[in-house]
Design a binder for this molecule. Structure first.
Ligand code: IPM
Ligand code: MG
Length: 364
């Protein structure tokens, strides 16, 4: 029996509703597979913890997470606490020290889900966005001085290192190479930003030589929003900086139907540190406690976690089950225009998993 140690951090808001739902589904995956088991430990870190303790997670928090095989994360952010405090206190406090430099965000129009784009079919929108996840605009460099004075100044410095750019480019080219179309779009803004973004472009061109079978092109980020909207089928794998990919992945999620179904993996590809899996959506306090949060983004993130853990058959069963459930509008949560509750979607996916017990990775 393979045992995978999972740290679950539901965090804030609907994170506390979707992570338990996700664990229920992952447990069903393990039971149906029969070859592995998840050993889950829950951590109550987040804004409630912050109100009690003054910190989002304890000082030895990273040490506590270090020996898990993966982290399953809900969301952070709460009314009354500045977003940069919650974010830097927990999510980025894990991503950066654990060197989770490759943030992978698939966006796919699932059968049964309507894109806001006219006439777009599932085959036309099947992307993976690779987000640089440790430096760039989120490097955390900068400062504020002369606070409150007319000459107050603040800097937010983007950091691009050769090592950081080269590793994310290699990761993206390799991912593009593994997909049928072998197509990569490198997003940039080197027309206006002539230092970091020019280094980014140069390294993309260098790394491209290592992947002669991958077709690649370059898009300015502003023009990229137009291409995603008007020519979605022309895109496959996409690599972008931390901030550019943050913005483009919200657009991608909206075009693929809803932010509520979009998954993320924060990967440390070398596996020196645990990787972290989370839905893209935030804590959504407006719907917290109503039992209507869409758990599909969390299930899909769980599917990426199973892949990362090497449980390919279970991952294939889960993806097929998600697709089957989404094909039936009765199981669409309010963000997709339906009325299904978190519990109803969860039960449906567990039921579909039982029906898909025979699915093997090759068949999907
Ligand atoms: C995301 C989110 C975060 C980000 C927020 C919560 C700060 O939007 O994961 O895309 O900008 O990285
Ligand atoms: Mg975002």
């Amino acid at each position: 029996m393979r045992i995978h140690k999972i740290a679950a951090i539901p965090g804030d808001g609907i994170g506390m509703e979707v992570i338990p739902a996700g664990l229920e589904v992952l447990d069903a995956c393990a039971r149906i597979d029969g070859g592995f088991r998840l050993d889950v430990q829950n951590f109550d870190w987040g804004s409630a913890y912050y109100r009690r303790q003054g910190v989002m997670m304890p000082p030895d928090g990273l040490a506590a997470l270090r020996n898990f095989d993966a982290i399953y994360f809900g969301a952070v952010g709460a009314p009354g606490i500045p977003d940069h405090v919650t974010l830097w206190g927990l999510r980025l406090a894990i991503c950066q020290p654990f060197d989770q430099y490759a943030n992978v965000r698939p966006a796919r129009l699932l059968p049964g889900i309507q894109s806001p784009l006219r006439g777009v079919r599932p085959a036309d929108l099947d992307w993976v966005i690779v987000r640089e996840n440790t430096e760039g605009e989120y490097a955390g460099q900068g400062g504020r001085t002369h606070r409150g004075l007319p000459e107050e100044v603040a800097t937010e410095v983007s950091i691009f290192t050769r090592a950081g750019v080269a590793r994310i480019m290699r990761f993206a080219f390799r991912l593009a190479q593994s997909r049928p179309r072998k197509l990569l779009t490198v997003v940039t803004k080197s027309n206006a930003q002539r230092n970091g973004m020019v280094l980014w472009d140069e390294i993309a061109a260098e790394v491209a030589f290592e992947f002669p079978d991958v077709t690649w092109d370059k898009m300015l980020v502003d023009a990229m929003t137009v291409r995603m909207t008007l020519k979605p089928a022309s895109l496959d794998t996409i690599v972008a900086t931390n901030l550019h990919a943050d913005i483009l992945s919200d657009l991608a999620a909206a075009l693929a139907g809803s932010l509520g179904i979009a998954p993320t993996a924060n990967l440390n590809p070398e596996r020196v540190f645990p990787s972290m899996f989370e839905p893209i959506h935030g804590s959504a306090f407006d719907i917290t406690g109503k039992g209507v949060a869409n758990p599909i983004g969390t299930f899909w993130s769980g599917q990426m976690m199973l892949e990362h853990l090497g449980e390919h058959a279970a991952a294939a069963r889960l993806m097929r089950s998600i697709e089957q459930v989404m094909a039936d509008r009765r199981f669409h949560a309010p963000d997709l225009g339906g009325a299904a509750s978190t519990a109803k979607v969860t039960d449906a996916v567990c039921q579909a998993l039982s029906n898909n017990a025979e699915v093997r990775p090759k068949e999907t």
